[in-house]
Design a binder for this molecule. Structure first.
Ligand code: GFP
Length: 806
């Protein structure tokens, strides 16, 4: 898209006049941001409409990606980049005395997700549009995003994230496309015409689902897809029922917050209703579109529509599609079941048993009575069919309704044609362990789709210094085709290039150091190794192992102040789920250790710990380009894939990892010499589970270093953690260290020592870093979504459209 700088400036001024009755000189940053956003949105609105029309006119098969989380972060720069306007905008604004980067900070992060799952969904949205694939997102427009994290006395405190307070420039409210969703009450089947049974609803509540659409702009291809997020309202017909403020509030609460605390019954009820709300609204709107625009018989649905169930939260897609096809479209059960299975596909993102969603029959019946009836029928038919083919106990283990609960993963697998994991190892574990029973029954349904990342954002937008070096060295084709980063391999021994990349890293480290100083008042040196662990706080991700090593270093330095070691800054970014007590205890301990170590003059700044509060996409964008070391230290077999590992390597950080998730594939990509692998393998972990020989107590008794480190938690070495320290200690010793931290401790320490040595030899380090960047292209989500499109969704890119238009 060509836009002259001068025209850009004029347009911006014009928008300020129109929207705010203001001249640029008098406008606030906020007003300028909104005027700029409106300008950008206007630039893609034609393409947005044309894309939609093209899909309709050409009867393109489309995928709808259902996800309870989307985590796009800020969209201004990404939209500018994809529209080819980033440089023009930057220059035009500079002429007007405005810095684009600080203007971009006005935008509130759209944080409608917890972590990797939601961020992956957003990377996919970017890539689906950028590959010209007909695909849309479907989710919930939470009024409050993931909580804002503050630290008070080292404890995590959660504050509401009012991201919509000043409006959201990117969305369009589409009232005309609202649909009604029915929940609660009673449903019974009564005889209708021609002796057919039809459901009759009594005392149900009707919720109005209003969609807000956001354009997902493809990279320089005139494609703009739609992310549709649903918000709840009270329909006019129900106004009488909600006269009290209390009653209205309860209803409006439904789409108020992301993942309401589900540790109590009320929270669980909201969560389940949320799941049904966005599923039902989404499917109704798909069917309405199909009937109105595609205008083919309903029996041909699977030729035009594909629905992806991202983790089990949208698993109700299966019974809801059945409800619409059977109850409303009058198809036979068999026909409807055949279509549903062809339309649906499912991704599993975890092997953690507690994360495999289950709902009590009672709650499901009360909240979604018609859904429960349909699930019961699916379950009964499944048992009946499978009984003839498989042993009784296998069928019992895999059925949907078991032990008083509805198993959402079972529903997703049984009701779809594809189940995939998110990295090779994870997909193998699904087949061999976690979902092994299903693999016996449906071997053809299982496949792998290794995650990927939106590489343009995670290189071009977040790391301009590195991007310029790449342009100078290998040309600009890598910007469109990240596979071309490989060309960098020709420069691994070119000291001039290595120096330039190192210089770029230094610039990024300085920017982060300034940010650290500003937000935490901690001064860090850019000569130190920036060692980074950024991800949700979870016991299996083992932030605690990182802390144990830091404490060891601290004790070593106290004992021997002349110890020869590289300076290090350990940087953490992590939120703990509000009800996850143990994760919060770890945060407190890291913060107290930071206080102790950062302020101990004996340490002479050789170790610094920085726990940056409120980790989110925008903070990740600051940290990742500055990282030297990428900590991917989950217990092998526990991390399904990971995606920060991919972002960090792409920015030249060296990975320190267990052979878990996609780390295995990163090792394959960069080779053993350019990654630091430590710890148990997944096989060894399973052996421990089998032989039950693991004894943390024994490691504690026999290993004086481990003993000294653990004692620091209970002997006052780390102050202010009387209770928390004891809890950590007990979790490791009394409760036998569920995630084998102590077993992996020695090899982790050794790997860290090697990293220290390697960093001492700067050209050696720089070469490793270059090799990581050069091989980062392999993890582009463009590639990942192309695989989904070809193997699972069976949708095609609209190349011809791109050439016609572009
Ligand atoms: C989850 C898994 C990760 C995986 C992402 C995306 O994310 O291993 O990379 O989903 O598939 F655990 P988190 O909830 O851990 O952030």
């Amino acid at each position: 898209m060509v836009l002259d700088k001068e025209v850009f400036k004029e347009e911006l001024k014009q928008r300020l006049r129109e929207n705010y009755a203001m001249e640029l000189e008098d406008a606030s940053e906020h007003e300028i941001f909104y005027a700029l956003g409106a300008l950008v949105k206007a630039r893609y609105s034609d393409a947005w409409r044309d894309t939609w029309k093209y899909y309709v006119d050409k009867h393109k098969k489309q995928v709808y990606y259902f996800s309870i989380e989307f985590l796009p972060g800020r969209m201004l720069k990404s939209n500018l980049l994809n529209l080819g306007l980033l440089d023009t905008a930057r220059e035009a604004l500079t002429d007007l005395g405005i810095d684009l980067d600080s203007l971009a900070e006005v935008e509130k992060d759209m944080a409608l997700g917890n972590g990797g799952l939601g961020r992956l969904a957003s990377c996919f949205m970017d890539s689906i549009a950028s590959c010209g694939l007909p695909g849309n997102g479907n989710g919930i427009r939470y009024d409050y995003g993931l909580f804002k994290q503050r630290f008070v006395d080292g404890y995590q405190v959660e504050l509401p994230d009012e991201w919509l307070q000043s409006g959201n420039i990117w969305e369009i409210r589409r009232e005309s496309k609202a649909v009604d969703v029915r929940v609660g009450g009673h449903v019974y089947l009564a005889e209708a015409m021609e002796g057919k049974l039809k459901p009759v609803y009594e005392n149900e509540r009707i919720l109005r689902a209003v969609p807000y659409d956001t354009g997902m702009v493809g990279y320089e291809n005139n494609v703009v897809n739609t992310l549709r997020l649903w918000s709840v309202e009270i329909p006019d017909s129900e106004e009488d029922k909600y006269q009290s403020i209390q009653g209205r509030r309860e209803l409006e609460d439904l789409t108020a917050v992301l993942y309401p605390d589900d540790s109590n019954e009320h929270g669980r009820l909201i969560r389940l209703t949320q799941e049904y709300f966005f599923v039902s609204a989404g499917i109704q709107s798909i069917i309405r579109h199909y009937k109105k625009r595609v205008q083919k018989p309903i029996s041909n649905l699977s030729e035009y529509i594909s629905i992806h169930i991202n983790d089990t939260h949208p698993a109700l897609c299966v019974p809801e599609m059945m409800r619409i096809l059977v109850d409303e479209e009058d198809l036979s059960w068999e026909q409807a079941w055949d279509i549903t299975g062809k339309v649906m596909s499912y991704t599993n993102h975890t092997i953690m048993a507690e994360a495999l969603e289950k709902w009590s029959i009672d709650l499901m019946k009360r909240t979604l009575p018609r859904m429960y009836q349909i699930i019961e029928e699916i379950d009964a038919r499944y048992v009946q069919t499978m009984r003839e083919l498989h042993p009784h106990d296998l069928v019992e283990r895999t059925r949907i309704i078991r032990n008083g609960q509805v198993h959402m993963a079972h529903l997703s697998i049984i009701g779809s044609h594809s189940t995939n994991g998110v990295a090779k190892l994870h997909s193998d574990l699904l087949k061999s362990v976690v979902l092994h029973d299903f693999y016996i029954i449906y071997p053809d349904r299982f496949n792998n789709k290794t995650n990927g990342i939106a590489q343009r954002r995670w290189s071009q937008i977040v790391n301009e210094p590195m991007s310029s070096v790449l342009d100078e060295t290998i040309g600009k084709t890598w910007r469109k085709d990240p596979g071309d980063l490989k060309l960098l391999m020709n420069y691994q021994s070119d000291q001039a290039v290595l120096d330039k990349l190192a210089e770029a890293k230094k610039i990024n480290k300085q920017v982060l150091a300034d940010y650290i100083l500003e937000t935490t008042e901690i001064e860090v040196s850019t000569d130190a190794i920036f060692d980074v662990q950024i991800k949700r706080l979870h016991a299996y991700k083992r932030q605690l192992l990182n802390l144990l090593h830091i404490i060891k270093l601290y004790q070593d330095l106290k004992e021997n102040p002349d110890l020869d070691m590289q300076k290090r800054v350990f940087i953490f970014g992590a939120k703990a789920a509000p009800s996850y007590h143990y994760a919060k205890v770890i945060i407190k301990c890291i913060n107290e250790a930071a206080n102790l170590i950062n302020n101990d003059s004996d340490i002479k700044d050789r170790i610094k710990i920085v726990f940056l509060p409120n980790y989110n996409v925008s903070l990740a964008e600051k940290i990742i380009p500055a990282a030297d070391v990428s900590e991917q230290i989950s217990l092998a077999s526990k991390e399904a894939s990971g995606t920060s590992n991919m972002k960090l390597m792409l920015n030249g950080a060296i990975t320190l990892a267990t052979l878990d998730g996609a780390n295995v594939e990163i090792r394959d990509a960069v080779g053993d010499d350019n990654i630091y692998i430590f710890g148990l393998t997944e096989k060894e972990v399973y052996e421990y589970y089998e032989n039950q020989e693991y004894s943390a107590q024994q490691l504690y008794d026999e290993n004086p270093i481990i003993r000294r480190v653990l004692n620091a938690f209970i002997d006052g070495t780390i102050p202010n953690i009387v209770y928390e320290g004891r809890e950590i200690f007990d979790s490791l010793i009394k409760y036998n260290d569920e995630y084998f931290l102590l077993r992996d401790f020695d090899s982790y320490v050794k790997a860290q020592e090697e990293i220290g040595k390697a960093y001492g030899d700067q050209s050696f380090w720089q070469k490793m870093s270059l090799i990581n960047i050069a091989n980062g292209g392999r993890f582009s989500s463009d590639e990942t979504v192309r695989r989904y499109a070809e193997d699972i969704w069976k949708i095609e890119p609209k190349d011809s459209f791109v050439t016609e238009k572009g």
